[in-house]
Ligand binder design. Structure first.
Ligand code: AMP
Ligand code: TRP
Length: 337
């Protein structure tokens, strides 16, 4: 029996921050290294063009995300790393799935509602159709497991609905994927600890590429409270709780151990040491990424290798879909001699 397929990806919309790392990437690396899955990690560039973007930057951002994946520990030997737009079957399957997706289901998607409010000058059909393309991504590879954050659960539920609809309308060839929700810390913005750390508010982000002095400065200015006690209380002290979570992420010390260590310290001391923990914690990642970006052609080679592997699987699946739907001639199997 071959191993089940595990599939996930991120949009290339800007630099990755430590929320992306602790909330997604770190978990992907562990799943990959468990050896239990055939892993596919892709860059969702077609999804990213549903929002405003700069053509001169887009491919550079894609390359950066691939470098981030690899520097974080995703291995091109163990996993298939590829770029969505290089595999035309994603768009092709999305169209086919469009034709069995009820309009009403898509209209319920909360991400569409949120995004059409936040980019009201650009409510394009791609933004509305985003979850169907996501379903195509997942179904094209016969995926069993999709590690995602809770914000993507509704989209994955829709993917399952579409798979079932296809199976009952045509033939059972779509694997119903399951979300893999591992407990991951949600990191909050350094400048507004009541909101999650997000690229849309860069001032509150610690980016994986931030230089040591920038990290020190951002941590120093992080919003806390006036109590001056390093105690974990997310409701009363959301800023400090968030800093403790970050400390924990980089050191694996428990909350209790961190509280004890800083029982007599003021915020200045705690923040200074936290900044050093982050600088040291990010150093190996930053060194690997710099090296990778310097080796000319290395990322291109990795992307090309991934494209070939993904293409093989995508072609097979799309042929099967076309045959099943009667879009192409049945391929009659040769009888064994
Ligand atoms: P995004 O940056 O929203 O495209 O998210 C990419 C991945 O990182 C998703 O799996 C998110 O769930 C995860 N993620 C994004 N922001 C955070 C955060 N502040 N804390 C934890 N995980 C996050
Ligand atoms: N929508 C996901 C996000 O914004 C990215 C994504 C696109 C994805 N297609 C996917 C994630 C398929 C997992 C599986 O984070």
């Amino acid at each position: 029996m071959s191993k089940p397929v595990l599939f996930s990806g991120m949009q290339p919309t800007g630099k990755l921050h430590i929320g992306n790392y602790f909330g997604a990437l770190k978990n992907w690396v562990e799943l990959q290294n468990s050896g239990r899955y055939q892993c596919y990690f892709f860059v969702a560039d077609l999804h990213s063009i549903t929002a405003e973007f700069d053509p001169a930057q887009k491919y550079k951002q894609t390359v950066e995300v691939v470098a981030d994946y690899i520097a974080a520990g995703i291995s091109p030997e163990k996993s298939v790393i590829f770029v969505q737009s290089q595999i035309p079957e994603h768009s092709e399957l999305a169209w086919v799935l469009n034709c069995i997706t009820p309009f009403g289901e898509l209209r319920r998607m909360t991400q569409f509602k949120d995004k059409s409010a936040s980019q009201s000058e650009n409510i394009n059909i791609g933004l509305f159709d985003y979850p169907v393309l996501m379903a195509a991504d997942v179904l094209l590879y016969d995926t069993s497991f999709v590690p995602v954050g809770d914000d993507q659960l509704q989209h994955l539920e829709l993917t399952r609905t579409i798979a079932r609809k296809f199976n009952s309308q045509f033939k059972k060839i779509m694997q119903e994927p399951e979300p893999l929700l591992t407990e991951v810390p949600r990191l909050m913005s350094l400048s507004d600890p009541l909101r999650k750390m997000s690229k849309s508010m860069p001032e509150g982000c610690l980016f994986l590429d931030d230089a040591p002095d920038i990290i020190r400065d951002k941590v120093k200015r992080a919003v806390t409270d006036s109590e001056a006690k390093v105690v974990y209380n997310p409701t009363k002290k959301p800023g400090v709780a968030n800093l403790i979570r970050i400390y924990r992420g980089f050191t694996n010390l428990s909350v209790k151990e961190i509280e004890r260590k800083y029982a007599d310290a003021n915020y200045g001391v705690f923040k200074r040491e936290l900044a050093e923990v982050i600088v040291e914690g990010l150093r190996p990642f930053q060194v690997r990424k710099k090296l990778l970006m310097k080796k000319s052609g290395e990322i291109d080679r990795i992307i090309e290798k991934g494209r070939k592997k993904a293409q093989k699987k995508a072609t097979e699946k799309m042929n099967q879909v076309k045959e099943t739907m009667g879009l192409s001639k049945k391929v009659t199997k040769k009888l064994p001699k």
